[in-house]
Design a binder for this molecule. Structure first.
Ligand code: NAD
Ligand code: MLT
Length: 303
C-alpha cells in the first residue's frame, strides 16, 4: 500500500509518524508547500526507520505532481484555529485549498481514498468530495470518541479498555455523545454515577484548552487518526466513528456515526441507536447542512 501526506505541519507530522512507524506501508510520499520541509522531514523519518529496521520507501517533494499512485491520501494542509476561534471560522481559507487540491490530486492518484483532517474537517471532506468526485472520508468524531472514553475511565477509575461507546455528529461543538452506545465493563452507562453534561463538555472543550496552552493538538488526534489509517490499510474492519459521504437535500455531507472501517467503509450501526441518539444525529445533520450551504455560497467569489 502506498500512502501520501499532503500537509506536514504539526498534525501532519504526528499522523505521518504514528501511521508509518510500524512499517506497514510500501511507500510514503510527503508533500507541503514550505520549501525544504518535506525533504528535511524525510531525513527525520529515514533516521527513525533506520533504528526500527523499516524498509518503507520515502519520497518527498514541494511539487504536487510528484504525489502519484497513492492508495491513501491524508490531507492536513491548511490553517489551524487560534485560541477563541471555532473550527468553522477556518472554512473559507481552507476550502480554497481543498478546491485547489481537488483539481490536482485525483488525476495522478486514481482510485485513492482521501482521508480529510483539515478543519472544519467534515465540511472540508464534503468540499473535497464535491469538487474531486473522489471517495473522501472525514476522521470526524473518532477523536471525540477517544476523548470521551479517556475521561470516563479517569472519572470512574477503570481501565480505559473497559469503557466502550461512541461520539457522533459534526466534529466540534456540535458533537453528540451517543449515550445508547456507552458502556463500562459491559454494563450500560446509566448504571454508573457519572455527570453526562460534564463528559459532553469535556469532549467539546478540551481541544480548545490544549490549543490555548500547547499551540495545537497533536499526540491525541495524531495517534487516533493513525489508527483510522491503519484500519483502512490493513483492512481491520474496526468500528470507528468517522464520517463517510452521504447525500442530504442533494448535497454531499459528512456526519460521523460508528461505522466499520477497513478497505471498504460500512455498514454503520446508526439504525441500532436509540431514538434519542438518532434525534440528536438528525439535528446535527440539519444544522451541518444549513451552515454548510451558507458557507458554500460565501465561496461564490473563489469558485
Ligand atoms: P500547521 O500550521 O502546523 O500546519 C499546516 C501545514 O499545512 C503547514 O505546514 C502548511 O505549509 C501546510 N499547507 C498550507 N497550504 C498547503 C497546501 N496548499 N498544500 C500543502 N500544504 C499546505 O497546522 P496543524 O496544527 O498541522 O493543523 C492543520 C489542520 O489540521 C488545521 O486545519 C487543523 O485545525 C487541523 N486539525 C484537525 C484535527 C482533527 O482531529 N481533525 C486535529 C488537529 C488539527
Ligand atoms: C481537535 O479536535 O483536536 C482538532 O479539531 C483541532 C482543533 O480543535 O481545532
Amino acid at each position: 500500500t502506498k500512502i501520501a501526506f499532503v500537509g506536514l505541519g504539526k498534525i501532519g507530522q504526528t499522523i505521518t509518524y504514528s501511521s508509518v512507524i510500524d512499517g506497514i506501508f510500501e511507500e510514503v510520499m510527503l508533500y507541503d508547500i514550505i520549501p525544504e520541509l518535506p525533504e528535511k522531514f524525510e531525513h527525520e523519518l529515514r533516521h527513525a526507520f533506520a533504528t526500527k529496521s523499516i524498509k518503507t520507501e520515502i519520497i518527498s517533494s514541494n511539487n504536487i505532481d510528484d504525489i502519484a499512485g497513492a492508495d491513501i491520501v491524508v490531507i492536513t494542509a491548511g490553517k489551524p484555529r487560534k485560541p477563541g476561534m471555532s473550527r468553522r471560522d477556518l472554512f473559507k481559507d481552507n476550502a480554497k485549498i481543498m478546491i485547489d487540491l481537488a483539481s490536482k490530486l485525483p488525476s495522478k492518484n486514481p482510485g485513492a481514498i482521501y482521508v480529510m483532517v483539515t478543519n472544519p474537517v467534515d465540511m472540508m471532506a464534503s468540499v473535497f468530495a464535491k469538487y474531486s468526485k473522489e471517495m473522501t472520508i472525514s476522521t470526524g468524531d473518532q477523536v471525540e470518541t477517544m476523548r470521551m472514553r479517556s475521561f470516563i475511565a479517569k472519572k470512574l477509575h477503570v481501565p480505559v479498555n473497559e469503557v466502550n461507546g461512541y461520539v457522533g455528529g459534526e466534529h466540534g461543538e456540535d458533537a453528540v455523545v451517543l449515550w445508547s452506545t456507552v458502556s463500562v465493563k459491559g454494563k450500560p452507562i446509566d448504571q454508573f454515577n457519572i455527570d453526562k453534561e460534564e463528559v459532553s463538555n469535556y469532549v467539546k472543550q478540551i481541544a480548545g484548552e490544549i490549543i490555548r496552552v500547547m499551540g495545537g493538538t497533536t499526540w491525541g488526534p495524531g495517534t487516533i487518526i493513525g489508527d483510522v489509517i491503519r484500519a483502512i490499510a490493513l483492512n481491520e474492519n474496526k468500528l470507528m466513528s468517522i464520517a463517510t459521504p452521504r447525500v442530504f437535500e442533494g448535497e454531499i455531507i459528512h456526519i460521523s456515526v460508528p461505522v466499520i472501517v477497513g478497505r471498504t467503509i460500512g455498514p454503520s450501526i446508526e439504525s441500532l441507536l436509540d431514538e434519542k441518539d438518532k434525534w440528536h444525529l438528525t439535528t446535527a445533520t440539519k444544522d451541518f447542512y444549513d451552515v454548510y450551504k451558507e458557507m458554500l455560497s460565501s465561496l461564490g467569489e473563489v469558485t
